[in-house]
Design a protein around this ligand. Structure first.
Ligand code: ATP
Ligand code: MG
Length: 313
């Protein structure tokens, strides 16, 4: 199988507090493990939407790794360069939700199997005939090893005419804004698509509003900047034009993963030859469905379900 889309980066399991408002500072109940990791959520959703998808990442030789591997395999993701590390344990993120919508995380990611990638798994041939390479800022900022691997992938992909897509997914609390901006710069410069939230767009550019920030990204050469605005929908920016697309109305159960599913849907829409408005509407529909289930990829819809939801709503 030649993938149409390749995604690479951390795969992990998420274990979440059962009740909203319970932090990590005392014993209480958790639910999980749910398969997760932004690049893996993206890959799984794109595959469910019918694209041929390759995922490059690492899990441990344990049951958490099996949860991730089994899920991606079941949805048809090509895992030939997704390895099971014999020595390290699978990455884990603990998540607690609060009433104001904020989240708290404890990560075991960078020093776990999820933090490992060998250069020989970024194979030149693998990018031959691929349409999109999707990069996630979370993997870029994880460690030096992943950063190098991603820069290599971007350069191999570009030489072969593969379009680069970036979800900044920034975690400035770990590295600081300036460092994060430096790390992202080579990918932004190569990107045809950037899928930021408002905060991320401002952080990437140093501009003071999301609108200014997205326009600036387009002026600096990004073909399409698609601003994600949660339950307000999204805005597409391109040279000389921008337009808003309203959100679909749903009951939000768990917002994690919506952004990654949105990115996947937008690119799948492009692959299927949808016009830009339809790509954005489709992505909004898939993002909306993603938040209706507990677990980062549990709400990722299959193509037919996403289409009928979009047409019904
Ligand atoms: P994350 O990084 O946590 O995955 P994000 O900030 O990248 O999230 P969001 O803006 O939260 O992305 O969500 C992506 C898209 O999903 C939105 O642009 C919107 O189309 C859809 N979406 C998200 N939340 C809702 C909601 N509550 N109701 C309807 N649509 C939603
Ligand atoms: Mg995001």
């Amino acid at each position: 199988m030649v993938p149409e889309i390749i995604s690479l980066g951390e795969a992990l399991v998420e274990i979440m507090r059962q009740e909203v408002g319970v932090g990590f500072d005392r014993p209480d109940f958790f639910v999980g493990p749910f398969p997760s990791g932004a690049p893996a959520i993206f890959a799984d959703c794109a595959a469910r939407l019918g694209a041929k998808v390759g995922f490059i990442g690492t899990v441990g030789n344990d049951d958490f790794g099996k949860v991730i591997f089994d899920r991606l395999e079941k949805d048809g993701v090509d895992l030939r360069y997704c390895y099971i590390d014999p020595h390290l344990t699978t990455g884990v993120a603990f998540v607690a939700y609060f009433k104001d919508g904020s989240r708290k995380f404890i990560y075991h990611i960078g020093n776990a199997a999820s933090g490992v990638i060998e250069e020989e798994r970024i194979k030149e041939d693998y990018f031959e005939g691929v349409s999109f390479l999707h990069i996630n800022g979370s993997a870029l900022s994880m460690n030096e090893v992943w950063r190098k691997a991603i820069y290599r992938a971007v350069s191999l992909a570009r030489e072969r005419g593969v379009k680069i897509s970036l979800d900044p997914n920034l975690r400035p609390e770990i590295l600081g804004v300036d460092k994060v901006r430096d790390i992202c710069r080579p990918v932004v410069e190569a990107a045809s698509f950037v899928f930021p939230s408002g905060e991320e767009a401002m952080m990437l550019t140093g501009k003071t509003t999301p609108d200014e920030a997205c326009r600036f990204l387009v002026e600096s050469g990004v073909e399409y900047v698609v601003l994600k605005r949660g339950d307000k929908g999204s805005t597409v920016y391109m040279k000389g034009r921008s337009f808003e697309v309203p959100a679909f109305k749903v009951d939000e159960v768990d917002p994690t993963g919506a952004g990654d599913c949105f990115d996947a849907a937008f690119l799948v829409g492009m692959l299927r030859g949808f016009d830009l408005e339809k790509c954005a509407r489709f992505a909004n529909a898939v993002g909306a469905l993603a938040v209706t289930r507990k677990g980062p990829m549990e709400g990722a819809p299959f193509f037919e379900d996403a289409m009928s939801f979009m047409e019904r709503s």
